[in-house]
Design a protein around this ligand. Structure first.
Ligand code: G3I
Length: 502
């Protein structure tokens, strides 16, 4: 029997009409015979599994797999049917793959790799450099010895899987909740350990996409999210090889879906990396949260796929929260339908509503950029409502310092030079910089890098708009210390700023 390739949603039904018409004109018996032989799917038929539904828009839907469960047929039946991407839950971690220094072990990892690829699934490697699940010998190392051990580990594991994996989580969970670096033994080898890991990984296997992976980076306004974002941006600006960011998306243990999740995804994507939801689970499998997180991914063209962290509730690291899409008996839960429906609704190709990583600019007013004002010398940027100036707190020179309103005093941390390339420079080498493109994104200083989130239009209507976002520089209050952000242009006084002589 000939199988017809699955129809894509949105495929032009009219293109099939001539065939159908010809069949109708032909002998009725022939039609009946054909109908019996071929099942012609409706062009708009929804896919019936998670993997197939995600594939319609070029994405994947994956799960974590544990080698120890591959003998459980109830488990493997669901996994093989529903998913088209697999992440080994523990088997590719450092303790599993290099239990003794220099002695690599791939038995369980290969078991999962073979099981997945024999069924046409792809595999995501997890993870090469991590403070946790280190073998004892690595835990006791430090300094240059540990640095070399990390490099050797990456080379040893990546050589084994060279050319075979779709993604590698090169570095996992390297940040604290406050956005600073986690104090691990790896961090103790020097702040550059993460970029060394990525450079090593690229050289070891140029074919695989290299990801940074973390939890609690789903809320755009959370400090940890900003910390990771600033690192990725720094890497992109300096040519450190990185292709993707994995947002673990554990909405368990007290976490839940933030309203700005899509902004987070699109803001990371705007840096020029893929994003993926890599370890999804949700307390009690809330249907609205599962639908919302799926929809957010579908709305961002560079969101390449979703992986749930286990098959059935009983397989979850947080099984008491029943956070997955199948119950312990292997039955699909209500959340399964909400995810499947959201995947099917996305249709073929990246979702048109988010074909651009940047939100559409507001059209509440149509400002035109002024002829370059006050170029050639420094100006202050004065808020019309407050009379206060845009100021770098404490004259900080640190990347990522968010600017504020403060009494105008004309010192260097309030001196901005508007350049011909539309940068607003401070201290000669740093630029006013939008930390994202969504509503509420922080306006900060960052080393000038020529990107569009550091370009601003000073408009004839008194607003200053970000070239990347189209949104207006905006403040929440008129007080000293009021933080500066970008927001949809509203025409209100808190978005009126002018460049003025010092
Ligand atoms: O296999 C041994 C078993 O022989 C032993 O008797 C038992 C005693 O505790 O431990 C078993 O190993 C456990 C292993 O899971 C396999 O079940 C480890 O103790 C346990 O620590 C380990 O937990 C894993 C955890 O990472 C470790 O950090 C979870 O399965 C795994 O789901 C979880 O996955 C992480 C991601 O890698 C990174 N993001 C967070 C996520 C959840 O913590």
């Amino acid at each position: 029997m000939t199988a017809r390739p699955p129809a894509h949603r949105g495929e032009d039904r009219a293109t099939r009409r001539p065939l159908r018409t010809a069949l109708l004109i032909g002998a009725t018996t022939a039609v009946a015979a054909l109908t019996a032989m071929f099942v012609i799917p409706d062009a708009n038929a929804a896919a019936s599994t998670l993997g197939a539904a995600a594939a319609q828009s070029g994405r994947y839907f994956g799960t974590a797999i544990a080698a120890g469960k591959l003998g459980d047929s109830a488990y493997t039946t669901i996994a093989a049917r529903e998913f088209n991407m697999v992440t080994p839950e523990n088997e590719m971690k450092i303790d599993a793959t290099e239990p003794q220094r220099g002695q690599f072990s791939f038995g369980n990892a290969d078991q999962i790799y073979n099981w997945a690829t024999q069924r046409g699934m792809k595999v995501r490697g997890h993870t090469l450099a991590w403070h946790s699940q280190q073998p004892g010998w690595m835990q006791s190392l430090s300094g240059s010895t540990l640095r070399q051990a990390m490099i050797d580990h990456i080379n040893g594991v990546m050589a084994h899987y060279k050319g075979k994996l779709a993604y590698w989580d090169v570095v996992n969970e390297a940040f604290n909740e406050d956005g600073s670096r986690r104090q691990s033994n790896l961090q103790g080898t020097g702040n550059d350990w993460i970029e060394v890991a990525f450079r090593t990984a690229r050289a070891a296997d140029p074919s695989v996409k290299l990801c940074y992976n973390d939890y609690n980076i789903e809320n755009w306004s959370y400090a940890k999210t900003q910390g990771v974002y600033n690192m990725i941006r720094d890497f992109k600006s300096r040519g450190v090889p990185i292709d993707c960011v994995g947002l673990q998306t554990h909405f368990t243990g007290g976490s839940s879906l933030p309203g700005n999740f899509q902004t987070t995804l699109s803001s990371f994507a705007a840096l020029g990396v893929d994003v993926a939801l890599t370890e999804v689970d949700v307390t009690n499998a809330s249907t609205s949260q599962y639908a919302g997180l799926t929809q957010a991914c579908m709305n961002v063209s560079r969101c390449v796929g979703i992986t749930v962290w286990g098959v059935r509730d009983s397989d979850s690291w947080r099984s008491s929260e029943s956070p997955l899409l199948f119950n312990g008996s292997g039955q699909a839960k209500a959340a399964y339908s909400s995810v499947l429906n959201a995947l099917n609704a996305a249709g073929p190709g990246p979702s048109p509503s988010a074909s651009s990583s940047s939100p559409a600019p507001s059209t509440s007013s149509s400002p035109s950029a002024s002829p370059t004002p006050s170029t050639g010398g420094a100006s202050k940027i004065v808020g019309s409502q407050s009379g206060r100036c845009i100021d770098v707190p404490n004259s900080s020179h640190n990347n990522g310092t968010r600017v504020q309103l403060y009494d105008c005093h004309g010192l260097t941390n309030q001196q901005w030079t508007y350049t011909a390339s539309r940068q607003l420079q401070v201290y000669g080498s740093m630029c006013l910089d939008a930390a994202g493109s969504g509503n509420g994104s922080a306006v900060q200083i960052y080393s000038c890098n020529g990107q569009t989130n550091q370009q601003w239009n000073v408009n004839s209507n008194g607003t200053i708009t970000g070239v990347q976002s189209g949104r207006c520089i905006d403040v929440w209050s008129t007080a000293n210390g009021a933080q500066v952000q970008i927001y949809d242009c509203s025409g209100q006084a808190n978005q009126q700023f002018r460049l003025a002589a010092l």
